[in-house]
Write a protein that binds this ligand. Structure first.
Ligand SMILES: NC(=O)c1ccc[n+]([C@@H]2O[C@H](COP(=O)([O-])OP(=O)(O)OC[C@H]3O[C@@H](n4cnc5c(N)ncnc54)[C@H](OP(=O)(O)O)[C@@H]3O)[C@@H](O)[C@H]2O)c1
Length: 188
Protein backbone atom coordinates (compact mmCIF):
# COMPACT_ATOMS: atom_id res chain seq x y z
CA UNK A 1 0.00 0.00 0.00
CA UNK A 2 1.27 3.45 -0.96
CA UNK A 3 -0.31 6.71 0.15
CA UNK A 4 -0.36 8.96 -2.91
CA UNK A 5 -1.42 12.59 -2.74
CA UNK A 6 -2.61 13.93 -6.07
CA UNK A 7 -3.38 17.60 -6.39
CA UNK A 8 -4.16 20.03 -9.15
CA UNK A 9 -2.51 23.43 -8.96
CA UNK A 10 -2.35 26.63 -10.99
CA UNK A 11 0.87 27.52 -12.79
CA UNK A 12 1.43 30.19 -10.12
CA UNK A 13 1.25 27.60 -7.34
CA UNK A 14 -2.27 27.69 -5.88
CA UNK A 15 -4.13 24.45 -5.07
CA UNK A 16 -7.44 26.29 -4.72
CA UNK A 17 -9.15 28.98 -6.73
CA UNK A 18 -9.32 32.39 -5.00
CA UNK A 19 -12.74 31.35 -3.57
CA UNK A 20 -11.58 27.99 -2.22
CA UNK A 21 -12.53 25.39 -4.84
CA UNK A 22 -10.02 22.73 -5.96
CA UNK A 23 -7.84 24.22 -8.72
CA UNK A 24 -9.06 21.68 -11.29
CA UNK A 25 -12.61 23.01 -11.19
CA UNK A 26 -11.44 26.25 -12.87
CA UNK A 27 -10.00 24.45 -15.88
CA UNK A 28 -12.23 24.60 -18.99
CA UNK A 29 -10.77 21.21 -20.02
CA UNK A 30 -12.09 19.67 -16.77
CA UNK A 31 -15.50 21.27 -17.19
CA UNK A 32 -15.73 19.75 -20.68
CA UNK A 33 -14.93 16.25 -19.37
CA UNK A 34 -11.11 15.86 -19.48
CA UNK A 35 -10.10 13.67 -16.53
CA UNK A 36 -6.47 14.91 -16.18
CA UNK A 37 -5.22 11.33 -15.78
CA UNK A 38 -7.36 10.56 -12.72
CA UNK A 39 -8.84 7.36 -14.22
CA UNK A 40 -5.38 5.81 -14.76
CA UNK A 41 -4.35 6.99 -11.29
CA UNK A 42 -7.39 5.43 -9.63
CA UNK A 43 -6.82 2.08 -11.35
CA UNK A 44 -4.22 1.29 -8.63
CA UNK A 45 -6.22 2.74 -5.72
CA UNK A 46 -8.67 1.02 -3.37
CA UNK A 47 -9.24 3.86 -0.90
CA UNK A 48 -9.61 7.63 -0.70
CA UNK A 49 -8.36 9.60 2.30
CA UNK A 50 -9.12 13.28 2.94
CA UNK A 51 -9.65 16.00 5.51
CA UNK A 52 -13.11 16.99 6.66
CA UNK A 53 -12.96 20.32 4.78
CA UNK A 54 -12.35 18.55 1.49
CA UNK A 55 -14.92 15.83 2.24
CA UNK A 56 -17.91 17.93 3.30
CA UNK A 57 -18.81 19.48 -0.10
CA UNK A 58 -19.13 15.94 -1.55
CA UNK A 59 -22.17 15.37 0.68
CA UNK A 60 -24.09 17.82 -1.52
CA UNK A 61 -22.95 16.29 -4.83
CA UNK A 62 -25.59 14.66 -6.98
CA UNK A 63 -23.01 11.95 -7.82
CA UNK A 64 -20.91 10.22 -5.08
CA UNK A 65 -17.29 11.03 -6.09
CA UNK A 66 -15.67 7.79 -4.85
CA UNK A 67 -18.02 4.97 -5.97
CA UNK A 68 -15.35 2.24 -6.10
CA UNK A 69 -13.20 3.26 -3.13
CA UNK A 70 -13.26 2.84 0.63
CA UNK A 71 -13.42 6.37 2.05
CA UNK A 72 -11.55 7.61 5.15
CA UNK A 73 -12.01 11.11 6.59
CA UNK A 74 -9.91 12.91 9.19
CA UNK A 75 -11.97 15.33 11.29
CA UNK A 76 -13.09 16.16 14.81
CA UNK A 77 -16.68 15.16 14.08
CA UNK A 78 -18.64 13.03 11.65
CA UNK A 79 -20.42 15.45 9.29
CA UNK A 80 -24.18 15.09 9.18
CA UNK A 81 -25.31 12.94 6.26
CA UNK A 82 -22.04 10.96 6.04
CA UNK A 83 -22.85 7.54 4.52
CA UNK A 84 -22.40 4.56 6.88
CA UNK A 85 -19.58 3.02 4.84
CA UNK A 86 -17.32 6.08 5.34
CA UNK A 87 -14.77 5.77 8.18
CA UNK A 88 -14.11 8.96 10.16
CA UNK A 89 -11.65 9.59 12.98
CA UNK A 90 -10.29 12.63 14.79
CA UNK A 91 -6.87 11.06 15.36
CA UNK A 92 -4.59 10.69 12.30
CA UNK A 93 -2.57 7.83 13.84
CA UNK A 94 -5.73 5.85 14.61
CA UNK A 95 -7.13 6.58 11.15
CA UNK A 96 -3.89 5.35 9.57
CA UNK A 97 -4.18 2.11 11.57
CA UNK A 98 -7.74 1.65 10.28
CA UNK A 99 -6.59 2.27 6.69
CA UNK A 100 -3.78 -0.27 7.06
CA UNK A 101 -6.13 -2.83 8.67
CA UNK A 102 -8.61 -2.51 5.79
CA UNK A 103 -5.97 -2.56 3.06
CA UNK A 104 -5.94 -5.39 0.55
CA UNK A 105 -2.77 -4.27 -1.26
CA UNK A 106 -4.03 -1.34 -3.35
CA UNK A 107 -2.93 2.28 -3.05
CA UNK A 108 -4.61 5.06 -1.08
CA UNK A 109 -5.54 8.28 -2.88
CA UNK A 110 -4.80 11.11 -0.46
CA UNK A 111 -7.20 13.65 -1.93
CA UNK A 112 -6.15 16.58 0.28
CA UNK A 113 -6.34 19.25 1.34
CA UNK A 114 -2.97 20.72 2.31
CA UNK A 115 -3.49 20.31 6.08
CA UNK A 116 -4.28 16.62 5.78
CA UNK A 117 -1.38 16.03 3.39
CA UNK A 118 0.89 17.83 5.87
CA UNK A 119 -0.48 15.71 8.71
CA UNK A 120 0.22 12.38 7.01
CA UNK A 121 3.61 13.57 5.79
CA UNK A 122 4.53 14.50 9.38
CA UNK A 123 3.66 10.90 10.34
CA UNK A 124 6.06 9.61 7.66
CA UNK A 125 3.13 8.13 5.74
CA UNK A 126 3.18 10.17 2.50
CA UNK A 127 4.77 8.06 -0.25
CA UNK A 128 4.02 10.05 -3.39
CA UNK A 129 3.17 13.63 -4.25
CA UNK A 130 1.57 13.87 -7.68
CA UNK A 131 0.91 17.35 -9.05
CA UNK A 132 -1.19 18.28 -12.05
CA UNK A 133 -0.07 21.77 -13.06
CA UNK A 134 -2.84 23.53 -14.96
CA UNK A 135 -2.24 26.12 -17.71
CA UNK A 136 -3.89 28.81 -15.56
CA UNK A 137 -2.81 31.66 -13.28
CA UNK A 138 -5.00 32.44 -10.24
CA UNK A 139 -3.18 35.28 -8.49
CA UNK A 140 -4.65 34.15 -5.14
CA UNK A 141 -5.88 31.05 -3.31
CA UNK A 142 -4.42 28.44 -0.93
CA UNK A 143 -0.93 27.04 -1.34
CA UNK A 144 0.25 23.54 -0.50
CA UNK A 145 2.85 24.97 1.88
CA UNK A 146 3.25 25.71 4.75
CA UNK A 147 0.63 23.03 5.62
CA UNK A 148 2.99 20.59 3.89
CA UNK A 149 6.48 21.22 5.29
CA UNK A 150 8.37 23.24 2.65
CA UNK A 151 11.46 21.20 3.55
CA UNK A 152 9.87 17.97 2.27
CA UNK A 153 12.37 15.95 0.24
CA UNK A 154 11.07 15.24 -3.28
CA UNK A 155 12.60 12.79 -5.73
CA UNK A 156 11.44 13.14 -9.32
CA UNK A 157 9.74 10.00 -10.71
CA UNK A 158 7.90 10.92 -13.90
CA UNK A 159 6.22 13.62 -15.92
CA UNK A 160 3.65 13.56 -18.66
CA UNK A 161 1.74 16.09 -20.73
CA UNK A 162 -2.05 15.77 -20.41
CA UNK A 163 -4.72 16.81 -22.89
CA UNK A 164 -5.82 20.41 -22.38
CA UNK A 165 -2.32 21.75 -21.63
CA UNK A 166 -1.79 20.40 -18.09
CA UNK A 167 1.37 18.60 -16.97
CA UNK A 168 1.52 15.76 -14.43
CA UNK A 169 4.65 15.60 -12.26
CA UNK A 170 5.18 12.69 -9.85
CA UNK A 171 7.61 12.80 -6.91
CA UNK A 172 8.36 10.27 -4.22
CA UNK A 173 8.52 11.85 -0.78
CA UNK A 174 11.09 11.50 1.93
CA UNK A 175 11.09 13.19 5.33
CA UNK A 176 12.85 16.51 5.55
CA UNK A 177 15.37 17.49 2.84
CA UNK A 178 17.82 18.21 5.66
CA UNK A 179 17.69 14.50 6.63
CA UNK A 180 18.65 13.15 3.20
CA UNK A 181 22.01 11.34 3.19
CA UNK A 182 24.82 13.12 1.39
CA UNK A 183 23.08 16.49 1.42
CA UNK A 184 25.71 19.17 2.17
CA UNK A 185 24.95 21.39 5.16
CA UNK A 186 25.12 24.43 2.86
CA UNK A 187 22.04 23.17 1.00
CA UNK A 188 19.95 22.35 4.06
N1 LIG B 1 -6.20 21.20 -5.75
C1 LIG B 1 -6.67 20.04 -5.36
O1 LIG B 1 -6.51 19.03 -6.07
C2 LIG B 1 -7.39 19.94 -4.03
C3 LIG B 1 -7.67 18.67 -3.50
C4 LIG B 1 -8.33 18.61 -2.27
C5 LIG B 1 -8.69 19.78 -1.60
N2 LIG B 1 -8.42 20.99 -2.15
C6 LIG B 1 -8.81 22.24 -1.47
O2 LIG B 1 -8.17 22.27 -0.21
C7 LIG B 1 -8.97 23.08 0.68
C8 LIG B 1 -9.08 22.37 2.01
O3 LIG B 1 -7.78 22.12 2.50
P1 LIG B 1 -7.45 22.25 4.04
O4 LIG B 1 -6.01 21.93 4.19
O5 LIG B 1 -7.96 23.57 4.52
O6 LIG B 1 -8.41 21.19 4.71
P2 LIG B 1 -8.46 19.57 4.71
O7 LIG B 1 -7.08 19.01 4.83
O8 LIG B 1 -9.33 19.09 3.61
O9 LIG B 1 -9.27 19.33 6.07
C9 LIG B 1 -8.79 19.94 7.25
C10 LIG B 1 -9.47 19.26 8.42
O10 LIG B 1 -8.97 17.93 8.57
C11 LIG B 1 -8.82 17.63 9.95
N3 LIG B 1 -7.37 17.52 10.24
C12 LIG B 1 -6.33 17.82 9.43
N4 LIG B 1 -5.15 17.56 10.08
C13 LIG B 1 -5.49 17.09 11.31
C14 LIG B 1 -4.75 16.64 12.44
N5 LIG B 1 -3.41 16.65 12.45
N6 LIG B 1 -5.42 16.21 13.53
C15 LIG B 1 -6.76 16.20 13.55
N7 LIG B 1 -7.55 16.61 12.50
C16 LIG B 1 -6.90 17.06 11.41
C17 LIG B 1 -9.42 18.82 10.71
O11 LIG B 1 -10.82 18.57 10.83
P3 LIG B 1 -11.72 19.26 12.00
O12 LIG B 1 -11.82 20.71 11.66
O13 LIG B 1 -13.03 18.54 11.93
O14 LIG B 1 -10.99 19.01 13.28
C18 LIG B 1 -9.16 19.95 9.73
O15 LIG B 1 -9.98 21.09 9.93
C19 LIG B 1 -10.33 23.26 0.03
O16 LIG B 1 -10.43 24.60 -0.40
C20 LIG B 1 -10.29 22.31 -1.16
O17 LIG B 1 -11.01 22.85 -2.24
C21 LIG B 1 -7.75 21.09 -3.35
Amino acid sequence: MRIRARLSMSADGYVTTPNGWPALTADPAFVSGESHGIREFLADCEAALMGRTTFEPALNNTRWPWPDLDVFVLGSHRPEGTPDHVTTDSDPVRLLEKIRAANKGGDVHLVGGPRTIGTFHALGALDRLELVVLPLLFGAGTRLTPALDADTGLTFRSQRALPGGSVEIVYSCEGSRADLPGRPASQR
